[in-house]
Design a protein around this ligand. Structure first.
Ligand SMILES: Cc1cc2nc3c(=O)[nH]c(=O)nc-3n(C[C@H](O)[C@H](O)[C@H](O)COP(=O)(O)OP(=O)(O)OC[C@H]3O[C@@H](n4cnc5c(N)ncnc54)[C@H](O)[C@@H]3O)c2cc1C
Length: 522
């Protein structure tokens, strides 16, 4: 028999009415359905979600952030994150095996862990799950595209000069960007990075050190033995255990929560978004246990709903809503304009060169090849944490690829699924590989790792500028609904890793939304 209960909760200092509606028979339906109302709800706590929450908090707007994953607090000598060569249940999002390319297939019970593999037709996506989003996992290479590349791949309309003057520097300040200092680069542990720079420079290429959101003293303290290795042995694909990395959880999100106006709920996965008859937004949300069991079902109503679930998360929600008629009149462009940022990973083995075992990281040096006939390229090298020196390191390239991938609703899964034709980035991949071969020389064995496991760390698009939203992220024809993350960007960020552009556009969009919509729309 159904039971009706009611209770009041205090969220972020504001009283939110909570009404428990049903308790029924099947395992899923047995969970409670609770109803709450908030002025602003943000889905996801990566760059887009956290930056938006920080603006809302500063403006005094009571805001609820819904994050499906857990908090991962770090500190000197902590063991917060699993290790690359011995991944455990923490490594992956609700999967019995690690989902990272090449990970040892060590089984574990499903857990609300760090990395999700979103399966697609033609390509998979690897992305983060947890407070701070994919910034927990990212190396932190923070590159600003040039004006020409930005106009070509992101938007010809958005004022690049303004971004260059105001928004990219704002992101750089928040992330405390710093390049690897000489004493570390010339240390034995960073031999593989140095070799790569020297070989690229010898080919006349435009080499550089990548701006990183890292306090490099943490790496120094590892080398003196004060801290156990995390940066300096390259063991950081699941996160940096010692801290010293200015990820989103310890920057924008910490600032948002410190305002007292922003409250974050972990283990809250939004399954569907709907527009109610009164025009307000409903996030149908499951509260999860760490094994993925649904322990409560919530209907969270908001005056304004900000989609910051990342390109795959935001796109899945919008495509589902459109297909199921939960949000009438969503733009036809929903689910289009998706790309992999031209992102491609290679392994390079040069037996006689000896790049070292447990190579120091994160990836922090590279070169630009903007005159390449295939379009602008950036190529960086990443550490390999092998315990023995096999002469192997990894090299990653990016270029501009058109956002041609599409997401479709699959009713049997009740989910949106990506379709990507591998021809879309074939020429670009060839150009990246040929430039890498030029740098590493004919004796090196170059293996395109993504030809064995086609995936990307850099999903972009699915709800892009013009076709779905305006430059600030307002979804066309949907008052109070915003896209604030990488879903806005049509496929590439101009031959750069994407986080800098996602963050700058989130800052730019939030300024505009606070200026024009606060007090009128919500
Ligand atoms: C291993 C790895 C290395 C990378 N290295 C770099 C790098 O060096 N430099 C760089 O610029 N970029 C890098 N990236 C990419 C970069 O991290 C992403 O582009 C960026 O974080 C995307 O920001 P976002 O705000 O769009 O989404 P995300 O940061 O992915 O945040 C989305 C958040 O939404 C949550 N979420 C998703 N769906 C739901 C739902 N239904 N309900 C509730 N919550 C939900 C997720 O758990 C996540 O916390 C890397 C990515 C990975 C995975």
């Amino acid at each position: 028999m159904d039971t009706v209960l009611s209770r009041r909760t205090l969220l972020g200092g504001a009283a939110a009415a909570a009404l428990t509606l049903t308790v029924a028979r099947t395992p899923r339906a047995r969970a409670e359905v609770t109803e709450e109302h908030h002025r602003a709800v943000v889905i996801g706590s990566g760059f887009g979600g956290a930056i938006t929450a920080a603006h809302l908090g500063r403006a005094g707007v009571q805001t609820l952030v819904l994050e499906r994953g857990l908090r991962w607090p770090t500190g000197p000598n902590s063991e917060t994150f699993p290790h690359m060569l011995s991944p455990d249940h923490r490594a992956s999002w609700l999967s019995p095996l690690p989902v990272m390319t090449g990970a040892p297939p060590i089984p574990s019970l499903p857990y609300t862990g760090l990395m999700e593999r979103v399966k697609g037709n033609g390509i998979d996506i690897l992305c983060g799950a947890g407070v701070g989003g994919s910034s927990l996992l990212y190396h932190g290479m923070t590159l600003q595209p040039g004006g020409e590349q930005f106009a070509e791949s992101v938007s010809p309309r958005i004022d690049y000069e303004l971004l260059d003057r105001e928004y990219f520097p704002r992101v750089a300040r928040t992330l405390h960007l710093a390049t690897i200092p000489d004493d570390l680069l010339y240390h034995e542990k960073y031999r593989s990075s140095r070799q790569f720079l020297e070989r690229a420079a010898a080919e006349g290429l435009d080499t550089f050190r990548v701006p990183m959101p890292i306090d490099w003293d943490f790496a120094r303290r590892e080398l003196t033995g004060e801290l156990s290795p995390s940066y300096t042995n390259g063991d950081l694909i699941y996160g940096v255990n010692n801290g010293g990395k200015f990820s989103v959880d310890v920057t924008w999100l910490a600032e948002a929560e410190a305002t007292g106006n922003v409250h974050l709920e972990t283990l809250h996965r939004v399954n569907d978004i709907e527009r109610g008859a009164d025009g307000r937004w409903i996030a149908h949300t499951d509260r999860l246990a760490t094994d993925g069991t649904v322990v409560e079902r919530k209907r969270i109503v908001a005056d304004a709903l900000f989609l910051g679930a990342g390109s795959p998360g935001t796109t899945r929600l919008l495509v589902k809503s459109k297909a199921k008629g939960l949000v009438p009149d969503l733009p036809d462009g929903v689910g289009t304009g998706w790309g992999n940022n031209g992102d491609r990973v290679f392994s390079v083995t040069t037996p006689l060169l000896s790049p070292g075992a447990f190579q120091g990281g994160p990836a922090c040096v590279g070169f630009r090849d903007f005159g390449n006939p295939a379009g602008a390229l950036t190529i960086v090298t990443g550490p390999v944490p092998f315990p023995v020196d096999l002469g192997t390191t990894s090299v990653i390239g990016f270029g501009t690829v058109k956002g041609l991938g599409r997401w479709h609703y699959d009713g049997s899964l009740d989910d949106a699924v990506l379709t990507w034709d591998q021809a879309y980035d074939r020429d670009l991949t060839r150009a990246i590989e040929s430039r890498i071969r030029q740098v590493v020389g004919p004796a090196a064995i170059v293996l395109d790792v993504n030809s064995l496991d086609v995936n990307t760390f850099h999903p972009l698009g699915g709800a892009t500028f013009e076709s779905v939203c305006d430059d600030a992220g307002r979804v066309h024809g949907q008052r109070g609904l915003y896209v604030v993350d990488g879903a806005k960007i049509p496929g590439s960020t101009g031959a750069c890793n994407p986080s800098m552009t996602i963050a700058a556009l989130a800052e730019f969009g939030a300024d505009d939304i606070m200026r024009r919509d606060l007090g009128t729309v919500f």
